[in-house]
Design a binder for this molecule. Structure first.
Ligand code: FES
Length: 84
């Protein structure tokens, strides 16, 4: 299998998860499926990183993105993955 170009790491700690990442995880999976990006993008989960205050958090290729509200996650993905 090809090496993914992008790694999205979703914080699955209880604070981030309950504040939006439970929904964000589904939105991200759907976005990748609909845009046929599953082979290019790997999605991982991580444990709490102690940055709960700014959550929900995820990382795109290691860069921390905070306050990722479910209403904004598609725009974030489009910008990061499609250049849109
Ligand atoms: S639960 Fe995500 S940083 Fe703590």
């Amino acid at each position: 299998m090809d090496t993914p170009e992008t790694v999205i790491t979703i914080c699955m700690g209880s604070s981030c998860f309950s504040r939006g990442n439970n929904v964000n995880a589904e939105i991200i999976e759907r976005f990748l499926r609909e845009n046929k990006l599953e082979a290019r993008v790997e999605v991982r989960g991580c444990l709490c990183e102690g940055k709960c205050r700014g959550g929900p958090n995820l990382r795109i290729n290691g860069t921390l993105v905070q306050d990722v509200r479910p209403g904004a996650v598609v725009d974030l993905l489009a910008h990061a993955l499609l250049g849109g």
